[in-house]
Ligand binder design. Sequence first.
Ligand code: GAP
Length: 461
Amino acid sequence: MDSTVTLEQIVAWAKRRGFIFQTSTIYGGLANNYDYGPYGATLKNNIRNHWWNTFVEKRNDVVGLDGAIITHPTVWEASGHTSSFSDPLVEDTVNHKRYRADHVIEAWANKKGEEVNTEAMDLNAMSKFISDNKILSEDGNALSDAREFNLLFETHIGAVEAEKDTAYLRGETAQSIFVNYKNILDTMRVRIPFGIAQIGKAFRNEITKGQFIFRTIEFEQMEIEYFIHPEADWDSIMQQWLEDMKQFYLDLGADSDNVRFREHDKEELSHYSKRTYDPEFKFDFGWKEIAGLAYRTDFDLSQHAKFSSKKLEYRDPQTNEVYVPHVVEPSFGLTRAVLVALYSAYKEEDLGDGKSRVVMKFPAHIAPVKAAIFPLQKDDKLVAKAEELFNELNSEFQCEFDNAGNIGKMYRRQDEIGTPFCITVDYDTLEKGTVTIRDRDTMEQETISIDEVKAYILEKI
Ligand code: GAP
């Protein structure tokens, strides 16, 4: 019964088990935004920490940054986002509901079993395709011609109406890295090639629906701008990053066969990119982008130098050569990485005798709870001993104490949230100092000395 998981199953499970809820549910929810519950927040933190550890702490050529969400508005003019950061939009001509033109075309083609490449279509081609094929809105009305819709979220700075100044919530974390390039060069002992990494929120006014945390209006990115010499072998540098990016998703539990790379064709390249690869994951709704790797050349530093009139160059300390560095950018979506971890972990298993279980087989290092501790019965002595063990272990790693009494049910609950180890305190614990430790994946139980439990789990996580 080990089936292919569907988005529907993930959404229902995530809500039932306190991982992910739609934002503002008591007010009927807000489309395309989600809140992370207790386990979801911990899972997301564990993935974030693994990324930071892998790409910042363990490398000596990458430093970290935590930039502001609201920046000087000129940042987005210089970067090209105010003019070129848009999606093609069509509108229902009767009720004015808005849709992504490319999504409308793809949904129509899917239904017909036809292949269309919307990436290669401009606005005119999309409008023509929609009218030629008489594609209607979900409510059966005619659709308008396609037009560009800017994705940046506007906000206003200043308390008094007259002093209002338009600013933007950042559309990507990358720009605060570029505008801090000089600060980092002046204060840190960095030498080209080096990277600046950042994890943080980004915002896009996406017209979309029903994609859960895959596409939201508020999300988190984990990005590195890797500065290189303009004549460096950028192709080899990109190939190395592709390997490192893939390894990151394997570390989250993804099966190697479910991760691939797709190179953008010319029409699809962003305004700043000379070459882009998208790492993609095989979801039940298709192969979809989970990250990007782009060769941004010197586009961003040159633009910011032009708009700010500041020199954003690099002087080689050995040769004294002065140049504007080029950039290779590995960009990961944290919230999409969470979705990859959920899809990779979710299993429904047949246990025989008409019994089954849902089990989240998270790699132990990202599992929100590492161990659950149960007393075999509600006997004061067993409860006290189990609490003692819980307090000892919980000071080292995230644990749960459960005293509900039905061991089978307690196992099922921990399986569903992906806890790798369950430890039962029984009468042998009181008499012989041993506990039973059960492995989530094999369901096998081992009896070990209570003194060895901490080391046993620490070794595995
Ligand atoms: N700095 C480059 C950049 O922002 P992007 O391809 O637009 O490139 C990079 O975004 C990654 O950010 C994507 O591969 C995806 O993982 C994530 N991302 C982008 N838009 C998103 C959205 N609306 N919801 C969730 N994640 C998103």
